[in-house]
Design a protein around this ligand. Structure first.
Ligand code: SAM
Length: 226
């Protein structure tokens, strides 16, 4: 799979693309990431990318010409703009993106992007969450990592991307490993029982309880047998 990232700060990605799962996916040729430096497409000798907003107001807005110059030739890719005004990025969003052959992420800065960029050169607007960051790079890095671990051959045991939070609409249950006791803090007995049916029932109950407490909104969309 190929991911393009349009950013004013390509150097931001030096860490996230080098380590762990993403680093390995790139090294193994499963994932290709191309960083496009928006500054190179800036206007005039100062490579200007932003301007004051029409109608007044604080901050600066990203101009259309540099982004059009980059995005227009990329017609055959799915073009995503990261913005707090977008649809929330969920596991199903990443599943959908990971099934594509290529995708382009556009990272905003300043107060945002001239609306005509969105109207003519963007296919989808996506938000990392209900808060405002300084730029879209964090969202792009999160999406790249979330996609990389879904690509065949990247995660050693493919089951680990199936049995985890959000896959059955619930948060994951608590997990434990050795030692069975530390400072008197014991692992729940049932996990040591070897009774797989009871363990599975316990896990399901824990997933439900956690989800009820922390994310009751997730339960709304579930079939009633949960
Ligand atoms: N004025 C904008 C607003 O109120 O929605 C916020 C602009 S923010 C300071 C600058 C850029 O950071 C945005 O254009 C976007 O690309 C990125 N950004 C900030 N928060 C984000 C979020 N929660 N999800 C995705 N991108 C975000």
């Amino acid at each position: 799979m190929k991911i393009r990232v349009v950013t004013m700060f390509p150097e931001y990605f030096e860490g996230p693309l080098d380590v762990s799962i993403v680093g390995r996916a790139i090294e193994d040729g499963i994932l290709e990431v191309e960083l496009i430096d928006l500054r190179e497409h800036g206007l005039g000798k100062h490579k200007q990318l932003d301007d004051t907003p029409f109608g007044g107001g604080p901050g600066m807005v990203m101009r259309i010409e540099p982004l059009a110059g980059v995005l227009e030739p990329l017609e055959n890719t799915h073009r995503v703009l990261f913005t707090p005004s977008g649809h929330p990025m969920k596991q199903e969003t990443l599943d959908r993106w990971a099934a594509l052959e290529e995708i382009t992420f556009v990272c905003g800065r300043y107060e945002g992007v001239d609306q005509r960029v969105i109207d003519h050169f963007i296919d989808e607007e996506t938000s990392l969450g209900d808060y405002v960051l300084a730029g879209g790079e964090v969202a792009a890095a999160a999406a790249i990592e979330g996609i990389a671990r879904l690509l065949p051959g990247v995660v050693g045991n493919p089951d680990s991307t199936v049995f985890e939070s959000f896959r059955d609409g619930l948060l994951e249950e608590p997990v434990y490993t050795r030692p069975a006791e530390f400072r008197g803090w014991k692992v729940p007995e049932i996990l040591l029982s070897g009774d797989h049916a009871r363990i599975e029932a316990w896990r399901k109950e824990q997933r439900l309880q956690r989800t009820r407490e922390r994310r009751p909104d997730l339960l709304d969309g579930l079939p009633s047998d949960n």
